[in-house]
Design a protein around this ligand. Structure first.
Ligand code: PMV
Length: 327
């Protein structure tokens, strides 16, 4: 007998960043974080459990996934099999409509979709907080992609991680913000975020300052989102991203390329010229720029003209992760 399901989850970009783990094994963060789920970037994942398979098999689109990614998916499926009390192996096909592994949060949407599809396929009825805590163990930021709109992933206190899951703080209709995403490289990143986080925790002289400061950022960000204060949200997001990269750079972990730097200068220049927009950067060289809906097409055009920009994607607040069809 086969159990299968297909789920879609959207990528999210943190406005208050997560960087650093207090438990590497079960992905417990050193800091809470707040993100915006995006409607333009998503992963669709189909999972099929079967008694007749001996191994898990994973496809990324039409390509068979490499051993490292298959192993990561398989270890994550073990958590779900354990809960569902089954040892059935799975076929997983996952498709992104955007570049994978280059700092566009493909692991966030990917592990959120995988969590939802696998639990549904095996008949595990978990609430959204439980799904989020489970997705977290695949990739930290996946905890946030279970929800649409504005989302907070709580740091939590418990050693078992059951209180470290995301919660929705405002739905996508609360506030129509937009994001232009300047893609500067389609390559997979050199250092995984897990390796990068451990390096910064062990080596950066500024790591504890980063962790201490995050509580204030979270409070201020929650208030600014509730008040729909664009300037405050923008300034806080840019400051959070730059503080995170300062910590990374302090131990020679540099995810930027020349176009990343050119884009930071360009965004500051646009602001001086009256186009209000703010940059944020994750563990990769892409620059995501927050703006108001009426400025999106002008901004996207200007970003496209910055040297080194390959293309510009556009996104608005996105929906909850969802199961698409049950065969
Ligand atoms: O979910 P991970 O383990 O790939 O970590 C994501 C880390 C950042 O994207 C850099 C920040 C964040 O909060 O999403």
């Amino acid at each position: 007998m086969q159990h299968r399901a297909r789920a879609v989850a959207h990528s999210n970009i943190a406005l208050a960043k997560y960087w650093g783990k207090r438990d590497v094994k079960i992905n417990l963060p050193a800091v809470g974080s707040i993100s915006l789920t995006l409607d333009g970037l998503h992963t669709a994942t189909e999972v099929r459990f079967s008694e007749s398979e001996n191994d898990d098999r994973v496809w990324e689109g039409d390509r068979s996934a490499d051993a490292a990614f298959t192993g990561r998916v398989s270890r994550f499926l073990d958590l779900i099999r354990q809960r569902a009390k089954t040892d059935q192996r799975a076929s997983v096909r996952t498709t992104n409509n955007f570049p994978t592994g280059a700092g566009l949060a493909s692991s966030a949407s990917g592990f959120a979709a995988l969590t939802l599809a696998s639990c549904h396929a095996l008949g595990l009825r978990l609430d959204r907080a439980e799904l989020s805590a489970l997705a977290r163990q695949g990739s930290g930021s996946a905890a946030r992609s279970i929800f649409g709109g504005f989302v907070e992933w709580r740091r939590g206190e418990l050693p078992d991680g059951s209180d470290s899951h995301a919660v929705p703080i405002a739905d996508r209709d609360h506030w129509d913000l937009r994001m232009a995403i300047a893609v500067t490289s389609e390559q997979k990143k050199a250092a995984s975020s897990t390796a990068g986080m451990e390096l910064t925790r062990q080596r950066s002289p500024y790591y504890s300052a980063w962790v201490e400061r995050s509580e204030n950022t979270l409070h201020a960000m929650r208030d600014a989102i509730a008040a729909r204060d664009f300037t405050e949200v923008g300034e806080l997001s840019e400051a959070s991203a730059l503080a995170m990269h300062a910590v990374m750079i302090s131990c020679n972990l540099l995810y930027w390329n020349a176009a990343t730097v050119a884009l930071l200068h360009a965004v500051a220049e646009f602001r001086r010229g009256g186009l209000e927009c703010y940059a944020t950067i994750d563990a990769g060289p892409q620059v995501k720029v927050l703006c108001q809906p009426s400025d999106l097409s002008t901004l996207a055009g200007k970003l496209q003209d910055v040297p080194g920009v390959l293309r510009v994607l556009q996104a608005a607040p996105g929906p909850d992760a969802r199961v698409e069809s049950t065969p």
